[in-house]
Design a protein around this ligand. Structure first.
Ligand code: C5P
Length: 201
């Protein structure tokens, strides 16, 4: 069976949590496409050319823990605005979307660019304050030294870069169902998302 669930949205909106839960529930493969950009960003911070890093990327062995830092996130939104970086990551993502057995993908441009033909499209969002609060708690739990104000400023800066760039800007696909998770718990958000997918299965 070919069936793609495309989940887009801003940082810390809950899209990653929803994507993982849907994949588990449906028995689909899951790809967090932000990790691809974060892996390129980590190489760029080490001094490598980001376009070459994207062209040589092995999407198999990405170390999520090492890539989920504030510095890597900011650099990811910078390298993600380079058109040649996005082009280099296109084929692997398109192939994943249409793999046999079903796919859940989360990112910024899945429903608009990577897989406009996706059977189910979700745009998961929340207020900047709600998202910054979540990200702050995650980073503190991971032992990083951050402040709530600094995290909010970083969330806003990343939103502005992701929505304002010329190539594949963050925006909902015309046929995406919008889920605002500001006032929702994880279970409520997951069941809202699952209901949308089940209607289309
Ligand atoms: O989702 P995550 O926060 O891990 O993404 C890191 C950065 O990668 C985002 O801020 C965005 O600039 C970029 N990204 C993108 N397109 C995607 C996924 C992530 O441009 N499909």
């Amino acid at each position: 069976m070919i069936f793609t669930v495309a989940i887009d949205g801003p940082a810390a909106s809950g899209k990653g949590t929803i994507a993982k839960a849907l994949a588990r529930e449906l028995g689909f493969a899951h790809l967090d496409t932000g990790l691809l950009y974060r892996a390129v960003a980590a190489k760029s911070l080490e001094g490598q050319d980001p376009v070459e890093a994207a062209q040589g990327l092995d999407p198999g062995g990405l170390d999520g823990a090492r890539l989920r830092t504030a510095a890597v996130a900011q650099e990811a939104s910078r390298v993600a605005a380079i058109p040649a970086v996005r082009v280099a990551l296109l084929d692997v993502q398109k192939a994943f979307a249409r793999r046999e057995g079903g796919a859940v993908m989360d990112g910024r441009d899945i429903g608009t660019v990577i897989c406009p033909e996706a059977e189910a499209k979700l745009f998961v969002t929340a207020s900047a304050e709600a998202r910054a609060g979540r990200r702050y708690r995650e980073l503190v739990a991971a032992g990083q030294e951050v402040t709530l104000e600094g995290t909010l400023a970083e969330v806003r800066a990343r939103d502005a870069r992701d929505a304002g760039r010329d190539v594949a800007p963050l925006r909902p696909a015309g046929d995406a169902v919008v889920i605002d998770t500001s006032g929702l718990g994880i279970e409520e958000a997951v069941s809202a998302a699952l209901a949308v997918v089940r209607e289309r299965l």
